[in-house]
Design a protein around this ligand. Structure first.
Ligand SMILES: Cc1cc2nc3c(=O)[nH]c(=O)nc-3n(C[C@H](O)[C@H](O)[C@H](O)COP(=O)(O)OP(=O)(O)OC[C@H]3O[C@@H](n4cnc5c(N)ncnc54)[C@H](O)[C@@H]3O)c2cc1C
Length: 382
């Protein structure tokens, strides 16, 4: 692994940093408090190439690679995790269509995702009764007169009410995981209706809805990948997606540390800056060390994906460690702020609420441990 960033990686990181500081951060508190979906911000991100960082230029992407993508997500997340989660899912959806779509599907959907014309992409895998176990999904797709008819309910779909392009997993046969297939459904397709927006603890600017399918018809050209390959596509997408969530956790953790360092200089107790107390200095030392370790794990997973070498274990390790790190770090950041950490005058209470979901979505910490253990044991046996 090369510890030096390339010119392209530095350029993307710096562009994302500038944009995040000037455009995303100033509206982050309002986005959270008033649950404002950041549609306008996504349009601007599209212009900067941030909605398709690892997507070929011919399809409107920045073609800057996976490390650049991770760095960009860290920057946006340090400003506003509500905004970065939609960015992550849009990049993930665009990449999945690049990897598995036909040339027609690529041309039709990917430029709309990368430019922001589709507002966002959505990834509809989870169902009310099946999150960790997507193979138990009950949404069906039945072929009728040459068209697919989808019925069922998807749950917790990020950007679900706004996304112009939605990838939907549905059961095309009863053969367990092999019975799942993937479909691209466009916003406005009759029969696909978003339900009530969830009133969440954190990521309040991100839209999270159930998506209901009632005799929702799509053509044969909506099938993404091969019939019955849906589970495989989900696992491929989630491996990459975990690098995105690990990056999000690194960004939120870093923001919490920066806020804590600043506060520890401004606040005085017992006649000195609170940052002079060894108890708080040790907290900040641990926070910084853990955040840096998480960044290294995340960039290593990104480097492996970029080199097209296996990276499932590394992506799960990065997601597990980074998401647990951001929860610990944000909790300590609130502690360092004392009572002010508990009110919305300072951003650390938002960071803590936003961090909480990172150990849950795109595979809980328990699921990451299952993946890591499986890979470790497999490697030891070979
Ligand atoms: C804000 C938010 C946004 C989301 N966005 C999306 C999205 O865009 N698209 C999408 O498809 N989904 C999305 N999700 C769903 C998310 O991925 C799931 O919530 C997650 O995978 C967990 O599934 P579950 O909620 O059904 O929990 P369950 O699977 O019911 O798990 C409950 C508990 O049991 C544990 N558990 C389950 N199985 C095992 C096992 N085998 N071994 C050990 N422990 C186990 C889990 O770790 C967890 O602690 C989102 C969720 C949230 C909260």
């Amino acid at each position: 692994m090369n510890f030096e960033l390339t010119e392209t990686q530095l350029m993307i990181r710096d562009a994302a940093r500038k944009f995040s500081r000037e455009v995303v951060a100033p509206r982050a508190r309002k986005t959270d408090r008033e649950e404002i979906f950041p549609a306008e911000v996504y349009a601007q991100m599209g212009e900067l190439g941030l909605l398709g960082v690892n997507v070929p230029e011919a399809l409107g992407g920045a073609a800057a690679g996976v490390v650049s993508y991770a760095l960009a997500v860290m920057e946006v997340s340090a400003a506003c995790a509500s905004t970065s989660v939609g960015m992550c899912v849009t990049n993930m959806v665009a990449e999945l269509i690049v990897q598995f779509g036909t040339p027609e599907q690529q041309k039709k959907h990917v430029p709309r995702l990368t430019s922001g014309a589709a507002v966002a992409g959505a990834f509809a895998l989870s169902e009310p009764h099946a999150g960790s176990d997507p193979g138990a999904g009950r949404t069906t797709a039945v072929k009728k007169d040459g068209r697919w008819v989808l019925n069922g309910t998807k749950q917790w779909i990020t950007s679900g009410a706004y996304a112009g392009v939605v990838i939907v997993w549905a059961r095309t046969s009863n053969e367990g995981n092999k019975g799942l297939s993937c479909f691209i459904v466009e916003k406005g397709t009759p029969g696909m209706t978003p339900g009530k927006h969830e009133d969440k603890m954190g990521l309040r600017g991100s839209n999270t809805v159930p998506l209901n399918f009632e005799n929702c018809e799509v053509g044969d050209d909506a099938l993404l990948g091969k019939l019955g390959d849906g589970f495989k596509l989900a696992m491929v997408a989630l491996d990459g997606g975990r690098i995105g969530i690990a990056s999000q956790a690194c960004g939120v953790g870093r923001a919490a540390i920066e806020a804590s360092v600043k506060y520890s200089k401004d606040r005085h107790a017992f006649g000195q800056q609170i940052g002079e107390f060894q108890a708080l200095r040790f907290m900040m030392a641990d926070m910084h060390t853990q955040q840096q370790a998480a960044e290294l794990l995340t960039l290593r997973a990104a480097t492996l994906k970029e080199k097209k070498t296996p990276f499932s274990r590394e992506a799960s390790m990065a997601k597990l460690f980074a998401s647990e790190m951001s929860n610990r770090v944000c909790d300590k950041a609130v502690q360092i702020h004392g009572g002010y950490g508990y009110i919305d005058e300072f951003p650390v209470e938002r960071y803590l609420r936003d961090a909480r979901v990172q150990t849950i979505y795109e595979g809980t910490s328990e699921i990451q441990r299952i993946v890591i253990a499986r890979e470790v044991i497999k490697a030891a046996a070979s």
